[in-house]
Design a protein around this ligand. Structure first.
Ligand code: C2E
Ligand code: MG
Ligand code: MG
Ligand code: MG
Length: 290
């Protein structure tokens, strides 16, 4: 395939590009086999209630332990899974495993209602059967619908709007919660946000980063929290790494938070231990007592 070069000529063969294509094809082949070979697992990152520091639930984040490449990040294989359609079986596996784990933890802790958030790709809406898949998984695992939250990016409400809206309405009818992930980084309009049955907005990490440091700029984070409040949605801050960010977000009235400050995403056994220890994770005893 010919490729334009900066010099105005045409390069018919670019060895570097060839290497990248081969690499991608290999990765796709490997990904096809990865599910059967049990190379895929889930890590869990706790979601913290900013009012009392308790763990209200977890977000499931997929991990691929590649036999030769080591740990491959979702950012490096989700796009390939989306392009090849492998996201459909992968997405179903993630949903099932996350629900199975949530039910196991709830049972262990004597029925404590635990939220489980699962990321879904816009491609999982393509076949118009995501609500059926979710209904099946809830049935198979015994997961109460109200404890499942589906996280999607703004693209879901921007692409194929009517088709996707119909599916979101069916998902809401099942009783699951819906969250907009990485909010503020896409191009969804306020009008769409109001039309779509969204329960939660997750404030993208890029806005949280700007809080509490030397160049403190809380304008955007505060605006999103207020937007959530005025639309009756809860807000979750993503990527809290420092105490100052936590303090700022709590003052703004943000409801929930995640981030390395509380915990990195961890394997199931470690997450289970965090849950059993169940000590408030905000490290602000004075604020907690108040
Ligand atoms: P996301 O859903 O926005 O997940 C948050 C990402 O930020 C995770 O990266 C998490 O490890 C990271 N993170 C959490 N707290 C902090 C922090 O304090 N600081 C920093 N620097 N990073 C933090 P991860 O696990 O690599 O996932 C990346 C993205 O891949 C996710 O973004 C999500 O869009 C996608 N993804 C992950 N698992 C799945 C899945 O099962 N299905 C689909 N469709 N997408 C997934
Ligand atoms: Mg997410
Ligand atoms: Mg996010
Ligand atoms: Mg993100």
């Amino acid at each position: 395939r010919a490729k334009a070069t900066g010099g105005g000529g045409w390069a018919v063969y670019d060895p570097q590009m060839h290497a990248r294509v081969v690499d991608r094809l290999e990765l796709e082949g490997d990904l096809r086999r990865a599910l059967q070979r049990r190379e895929i697992s889930l890590h869990y990152q706790p979601t913290i209630d900013l009012a009392d520091g308790s763990i209200v639930g977890f977000e499931a984040l997929v991990r691929w332990h590649h036999p030769t490449r080591g740990l491959v990040n979702p950012g490096d294989f989700i796009p390939a899974a989306e392009a090849t359609g492998l996201i459909i079986p992968l997405g179903r596996w993630v949903l099932t495993e996350a629900c199975r784990q949530a039910v196991a933890w709830s049972t262990e802790s004597g029925g404590r209602p635990l939220k489980m958030s699962v990321n879904v790709s816009v491609r999982q809406f393509d076949r118009a059967n995501l609500p059926n898949v979710v209904a099946d998984v809830l049935m198979e695992t015994g997961m109460p619908a109200s404890q499942l939250c589906l996280e999607m990016t703004e693209s879901v409400i921007m692409n194929d709007t009517e088709e996707n809206l119909a599916q979101l309405i069916r998902l809401k009818a099942l009783g699951v919660q819906l969250a907009i992930d990485d909010f503020g980084t896409g191009y969804s309009s306020l009008a769409y946000l109001r039309r779509f049955p969204v329960d939660i907005i997750k404030i993208d990490r890029s806005f949280v980063e700007q809080l509490g440091g030397a160049a403190d700029d809380s304008t955007l984070a505060r605006t999103i929290v207020q937007l959530g409040q005025s639309l009756g949605m809860s807000t979750v801050a993503e990527g809290i790494e420092q105490q100052g960010q936590l303090t700022a977000l709590r003052r703004m009235g943000c409801d929930l938070a995640q981030g390395f400050f509380f915990s990195r995403p961890v394997p199931a056994d470690v997450a289970g231990r965090l849950l059993r220890e169940a000590a408030p994770m905000t490290d602000e005893p004075a604020a907690l007592a108040a």
